[in-house]
Design a protein around this ligand. Sequence first.
Ligand code: HEC
Ligand code: HEC
Length: 304
Amino acid sequence: MSSAMNWLVILLAIVNIVGAVWLLIVTAKKAPEDADATATTGHAWDGDLVEYNKPLPRWWLWLFIGTVIFSIIYLVLYPGFGRYAGVLGWNQNTDHAAAVQAAEEKARGIMAQFDGQPLPTLARDLKAQSIGRNVFANNCATCHGSDARGNPGFPNLADNDWIWGGQPEQILSSIIDGRTAVMPPLGAALGDKGVTEVVAYVRSLSGLSHDRRAAEAGSARFATLCVACHGADGKGNQALGAPNLTDDIWLYSAEAASIAEAINYGRNGQMPAHGPIIGEQRARLVAAYVLHLSQGAESVGGQQ
Ligand code: HEC
Ligand code: HEC
């Protein structure tokens, strides 16, 4: 709080209390003994509606006095009077931090029962799944979707197709350390015609409609420019996060325009490192949850 604001708040508090006291004194004046009990304020509404001129009832007056005393005691004990911290030293921020810490300690205690258990075991544990599902909803659903089935640019985690690897430790590593994909722009190296040809070849790898002549020409270009990362057979390379281009599962889209965009301008998908955000215990539980989702996909016949 700046110094000017400090004094403004103090001034406002004082003006308010003094004003309230002044109002009390003015309105509390007892009517003189000889006052006419039926005297009115002199105002008239709608022709004949008038009001008596009577002081506030005593009990009501005491209520007001009580609130003034309360406000003064409050300002002595709690922060409210400019920068003055209050005798009790209570503070919203430390209060909140303490509550968060208490909740975190409780959660750590609950999660501790899963420490050291292998991820595949946790993936079958209903209690671990339910915590993992909450962690997912709070931290991952914005990008991967609340059903974990992904969005263009954000991979489906509920199937059994992995860009960076589906071993439990690989999934955990994707979550804790994050992943940065680097597909370089190759439009300049290929030229427009070259791009069209490679697009046709890439679509042919997944059995999608394509121009056969263009695809044949594209095959040679693919062999020079793309195999280093996507492999001679186009099946990708998990160490580089280069997707399999032969399975008709797309991180972005199967549309020729989207494939051409990847080739022309490159792609740089980023999975942010979540270790520093959610900590290891939650990371392991959410990894187990993701494992559970993908295993479910397998057991119903390799969904997608
Ligand atoms: C340096 C390694 C590298 C080279 C070379 C490379 N790619 Fe890629 N490619 C990647 C990576 C990594 C991704 C994933 C990008 C992401 O996740 O954002 C990718 C993504 C793609 C995608 C998107 C796939 C999807 O599922 O949506 C296509 C299509 C593609 N590459 C085609 C090609 C073609 C065609 C070439 C050659 C002209 C090529 N790439 C060369 C690394 C490479
Ligand atoms: C800001 C968006 C974002 C958030 C939040 C996010 N992710 Fe990701 N995640 C991505 C992107 C983008 C990729 C793909 C990177 C690439 O292009 O290869 C990815 C990749 C992954 C992968 C690797 C998938 C594969 O096929 O190998 C896993 C596993 C994963 N995320 C799990 C999670 C979990 C669990 C959380 C929550 C704790 C999470 N992600 C939160 C964006 C996000």
